[in-house]
Design a protein around this ligand. Sequence first.
Ligand code: APR
Length: 248
Amino acid sequence: MLKLEKIEKAAELIRTAKYAVAFTGAGISVESGIPPFRGANGLWNKHDPIFVEIEYFHKKPLESWKKIKHVFYDMFDQAQPNPAHIALAKMEKRGFIESIITQNIDNLHQKAGSKYVYELHGTSRTLSCIECSTEYELNFVDLNFLPPTCYICKGILKPDIVFFNEKIPAFALKRSTEESLKADVFIIIGTNAEVLPAADIPVKAKENGAIIIEINIQESHFTDTITDVFIKGKASEIMEKIATYLYL
Ligand code: APR
């Protein structure tokens, strides 16, 4: 099938779906200037991921924070949603998709206007005190002084992103699982989903009968296993075309 035919087919599947859900990873934000985790330009190729291991954070909060600020906050601050985030937000508004399950922590789906976003790996938008659990919006925290501390108890603040060896937020996991089981069309965009339990969610959707659409610049381990319609290409380019077919 030609690429355009596949895009048209995907749009038709989304248009006629009873309950379409999107599942996104780092690839959807690449065209917003945020690097992915794996591959030649991947973050884990340039930085030792030890700085987001929870044990290291507790042992060396300042060292960890210097990297966190550089890798996540300095970069994410300027990033804006790209046409793929915007297409998904419009699709939600018009009732073509119900929700987004994301592994991203960059807040770009919300910036684009999406309302039902389940963040499996947390968010960089809020921070919590490791002593008293008080939560802070990023705007209230001065990252010029590291490590940032709690106004109430002076405990160290940790971004609400899921570190390695930390548990996935229970609410996000519960809702993501529920959404994947309700979905009759499931759209995977820009992810290798190599980490559990996120990697299992599209599989659950498939086992429950959902049709799987996948958009990626290259094949992932989903492509030959669960994907029904694979569209090779950049998320923004493909999503913009799908949105056009949906008259968005
Ligand atoms: N459009 C579509 N897909 C793209 C694009 C693009 N412009 N650029 C890259 N990709 C694809 C890559 O081919 C790859 O399949 O996006 C995927 C990015 O994969 P990863 O870097 O592994 O990111 P992700 O799958 O989101 O990682 C999952 O791993 O380390 C953890 O917690 C981290 O949430 C992250 C999780």
